[in-house]
Design a protein around this ligand. Structure first.
Ligand code: SF4
Ligand code: SF4
Length: 243
């Protein structure tokens, strides 16, 4: 087993939401009560029991409708600010798997609401969620239980179009770069989001903000390093983070 990564090719996503359902099913997460909000996106956001969410955005271009779909999930950051933040107040709720690189939350470890707020704010992608009743945190697990048995993550196994991909990190980065080259030929704004620093790599063909307000790291107005510095100084020697 080696360092792993996802590649999410948004150009192939049809918003069938198979990945979202497969994630719920494998993790035995309950359904979420929803209401009609004038969009096909449902539920409205990630939650303690929704680790994967296909975000919908629609636009009118030259009088024609255009949709962007974004199968959102944890990026499994190579240097995860959520984990460093939790460590700064002594919590062992978040660890990084040494083999795959998966960033894992132990739902059973309780964390106070105020501390969770710091963890959530340190994530540039607004991924972590908290449950008031159990006081635990949750998010995408990379299906660590499946991949340790040689299976694909449930979302990837289910995706019918090839939008969701998973494998050894070097091969996935190679796949993403090759696909970018193909897509750029007809979509000059195409780009990979954070391929070198994250284990979930998205390919988009337009401004990431058009997909989701947290699709681009800087849009949240807080960078990973700034968040870490703010929260853990003076407890941790920052040299290991800033290099
Ligand atoms: S995306 Fe957010 S929750 Fe996931 S590892 Fe990075 S900081 Fe943590
Ligand atoms: S299963 Fe694949 S095609 Fe369907 S919504 Fe998820 S990423 Fe898109």
């Amino acid at each position: 087993m080696a360092d792993k990564s996802f590649f999410v090719d948004t150009t192939k996503c049809t918003a069938c939401r198979g990945c979202q359902i497969a994630c719920k099913q494998w993790n035995k997460n309950p359904g979420t009560k929803t209401i009609q909000r004038g969009t096909h996106q449902n539920p409205e956001d990630l939650s303690f029991s929704t680790f994967k969410l296909v975000r919908f955005n629609d636009f009118e271009v030259n009088g024609q409708p255009k949709w962007y779909f974004f199968a959102d999930q944890c990026r499994h950051c190579v240097e995860p600010p959520c984990m460093y933040t939790a460590q700064s107040f002594g919590s062992k709720a978040i660890i990084r798997d040494q083999v795959t690189g998966a960033v894992l939350y132990d739902k059973k470890v309780k964390i106070k609401a105020a501390d969770f707020k710091k963890v959530r704010e340190s994530c540039p992608w607004d991924i972590p969620r908290w449950d008031e009743k159990t006081e635990g945190m949750a998010k995408c697990t990379m299906c660590i239980d499946r991949i340790k048995e040689g299976l694909l993550p449930a979302c990837v196994k289910t995706c019918p179009t090839g939008a969701m991909n998973f494998g050894d990190r070097a091969k996935i980065i190679d796949m993403a770069k090759k696909r970018l080259k193909e897509v750029k030929a007809t979509n000059p704004k195409a780009q990979l989001l954070n391929a070198e620093t994250h284990r979930t790599i998205f390919l988009v063909i337009d401004d990431p903000k058009k997909y989701h307000k947290y699709a681009a790291e800087n849009d949240v107005g807080i960078t990973r390093i700034a968040a870490i510095k703010k929260l853990i100084q003076p407890f941790v020697n920052l040299s290991r983070i800033t290099g």
